[in-house]
Design a protein around this ligand. Structure first.
Ligand code: NAD
Ligand code: SER
Length: 312
């Protein structure tokens, strides 16, 4: 069997750091090349190869793929929801052209597998608020959500027309302690733990009763690897899979933190991100992922809070 050689694009980001480390454990450090536009994240230093790379530079990306004998790409470079609303043109350009560059190279070089994450941001105010199903009305109102939904159909198109084995998950908001989040609406659920430990207080940019779908990073990494390792014939959804972990509001996560830090206080000062959060479902139905490749989350709010506070 051919030795897989994996390129992770956007490896210095919130997901990239942990996914790169997890892939290196499975495939061997030398077979997982981390890459990013910015400098290498300190947590990756000394753990394996790193190249500086701009996914928008298709020629340079193509050269790297050939030179390094890359067989799989995990594309994580993107502009997230909150930053995207500040610069819609740039978000659209990076989120679309970056994906098209990778899909084209995958087709030309016959790469074995591609991973590209979508998001719960594909859903909009007309989607069901509770247990939002895999297939439903999807009318996103953020440029990030529009780019993710269009991207899902590009993935499906490259699979159907050219046989590119591209797989995707609609991640909920991801919570982690290793690498900082990069400009999303769900970032509050990371900041709250950091501020609780440091200041015993958090000013939250969402209202107290804003429920959103969330997931702890170890579950997200495991879901990604399980999806990528599933037999090709099991992956019958070639747009992107709904994925669910837990749902909670700022008030509920604050109450959970208070169990461990009784003096913790929270204040609510909603800003422009409230409208983004209001446009998304509160919970997600991921039964298709459960059926097709056996997805099952492990962490709930209580277990995640214990782990976050222990590690931060
Ligand atoms: P992040 O912002 O933390 O990391 C993205 C990385 O991409 C950064 O290190 C950045 O330097 C790099 N990058 C930006 N432009 C680049 C370019 N032109 N070339 C190469 N690298 C470039 O984002 P993340 O949270 O790790 O998200 C990764 C992916 O997962 C994105 O597609 C995002 O939309 C998706 N996602 C994330 C979440 C979440 O909660 N973190 C939820 C849903 C979906
Ligand atoms: N966590 C992401 C965001 O808030 C969801 O895709 O943008």
């Amino acid at each position: 069997m051919k030795q897989e050689k994996i390129l992770v694009i956007g490896a210095s980001g919130q997901i990239g750091v942990e996914l790169t480390l997890a892939l290196r454990k499975i495939y061997g450090a030398a077979n997982v090349i981390a890459s990013d536009l910015r400098e290498q994240n300190p947590l990756l230093e000394g753990t394996g190869p790193y190249v500086s790379l701009d996914v928008m530079n298709k020629e340079m990306l193509h050269v790297q793929v050939i030179r390094q004998n890359v067989t799989q790409i995990y594309l994580l470079a993107a502009i997230l929801s909150a930053t995207g609303e500040k610069n819609p043109g740039l978000a659209w350009h990076l989120n679309m052209q970056g994906l098209l560059n990778v899909l084209d190279i995958a087709r030309e070089e016959k790469l074995t597998k591609i991973y590209w994450p979508s998001s719960i941001a594909v859903f909009g105010p007309t989607s069901p608020r509770q247990d939002c199903p895999q297939k439903t009305i999807i009318e996103p109102t953020t440029v990030y959500g529009i780019s993710k939904y269009a991207g899902e159909f590009w993935c499906d198109y490259y699979f159907t027309k050219f046989g590119v084995d591209v797989r995707s998950l609609r991640y909920p908001g991801l919570i982690s302690y290793k690498s900082a989040p990069g400009g999303g609406t769900t970032d509050y659920a990371v900041e709250i733990y950091i501020d609780a430990l440091r200041d015993k207080h958090y000013d939250c940019f969402l209202e107290k009763d804003t429920y959103l779908p969330m997931m702890y990073m170890p579950d997200a990494i495991r879901a990604t690897i399980e999806l990528m390792e599933a037999p090709r014939e099991n992956i019958r959804t070639r747009t992107s899979y709904n994925l669910s972990g837990m749902s909670f509001s700022p008030e509920e996560i604050a109450a959970e933190i208070k169990k461990h830090i009784p003096e913790f206080t929270i204040a609510y000062e909603p800003d422009y991100r409230q409208a983004i959060a209001n446009s998304w479902p509160q919970s997600i139905d991921d039964s298709v992922a459960q059926q097709e490749w056996g997805w099952k989350p492990e962490y709930d709010l209580s277990a995640m809070t214990i782990d976050m506070l222990k590690h931060l």
